[in-house]
Design a protein around this ligand. Structure first.
Ligand SMILES: Nc1ncnc2c1ncn2[C@@H]1O[C@H](COP(=O)(O)OP(=O)(O)O)[C@@H](O)[C@H]1O
Ligand SMILES: [Mg+2]
Length: 236
């Protein structure tokens, strides 16, 4: 289990010499999987890059990333993908479902060619129920609405029982009511599965249910606020 992710002085640049862009600078963070964490900031502020680094999809130019005490940069490529396969799930704005597979098959896709200790099909069925799509298990993505497709993608992200879900603008292609439903679903998942959630969004209105809101601007953390504190006033 990886309950804590720590970033130490993370910096990320793209390009070389004069063409270099500094995308993230001086990012130090500890993320606790007990929290529903939202990362907000305007377009281009560095949110997706930050989430890719947190999720080990990209390496920082400088600085370190730890999963508990494991420095992920010290892992060989196969161990790193093992960590990713077993411990983290991703959700994206574009859903990224395979168009020729049914909802059920899409949910199972991350487990193709993998041996696991549980029954894959019954777990996938449970997840379809969890996301409210029990009756859609044989539907193709093209037969589902955007919100339903994102629910399938959410179920898929949970199939390997991850410690963390990383969601990059998961409601970016959805209308406001559907968006709200998806965020409610993520909040429920947080409560029922106990996995940590990092939600990246440029729409700060969607971070209302988060326990902690981190705001980035031009690659810097400008705000890091904890909400719903025990014993805190809740006048708002
Ligand atoms: N692979 C890349 N090469 C060069 N620049 C990049 C790359 N990825 C992101 N950037 C730049 O980094 C900045 C932050 O991008 P991104 O993390 O996608 O921001 P956000 O998700 O907040 O919109 C942008 O200026 C973007 O152009
Ligand atoms: Mg982005």
């Amino acid at each position: 289990m990886h309950k804590k992710i720590t970033l130490e002085n993370v910096r990320k640049t793209f390009g070389k010499s004069e063409a270099r862009t500094v995308v993230l600078e001086n990012i130090s963070l500890t993320l606790d999987s007990k929290d529903f964490i939202s990362v907000i900031g305007s377009s281009g502020s560095g949110k997706s890059t930050l989430l890719s680094i947190i999720g080990t999809l990209e390496k920082p130019t400088d600085g370190k990333v730890f999963y508990d005490v494991q420095d992920v940069n010290k892992l060989r490529a196969n161990k790193l993908s093992e960590l990713r396969n077993q411990h983290v799930g991703f959700i994206f704005q574009q859903f990224h479902l395979l168009p020729t597979l049914t909802a059920m098959e899409n949910i199972l896709a991350p487990l193709f060619h993998r041996n696991v200790s549980y029954n894959k099909e019954s777990r996938a069925k449970e997840l379809l129920e969890l996301v409210g799509l029990a009756d859609k298990h044989s539907s193709l993505p093209s037969q589902l609405s955007g919100g339903q497709q994102q629910r399938v993608a959410i179920a898929r992200s949970l199939i390997a029982e991850p410690d963390w879900i990383f969601a990059d603008e998961p409601t970016g292609n959805l209308d406001s009511t559907t968006s709200e439903n998806i965020i409610n679903l993520l909040t429920n998942i947080k409560q029922t599965t106990n996995c940590g959630i990092v939600l990246v969004t440029h729409d700060s209105a969607l971070s209302g249910q988060a326990d902690r809101v981190i705001e980035i601007k031009d690659g810097h953390i400008v705000k890091d606020q904890r909400k719903h504190q025990i014993g805190a006033d809740t006048n708002d």
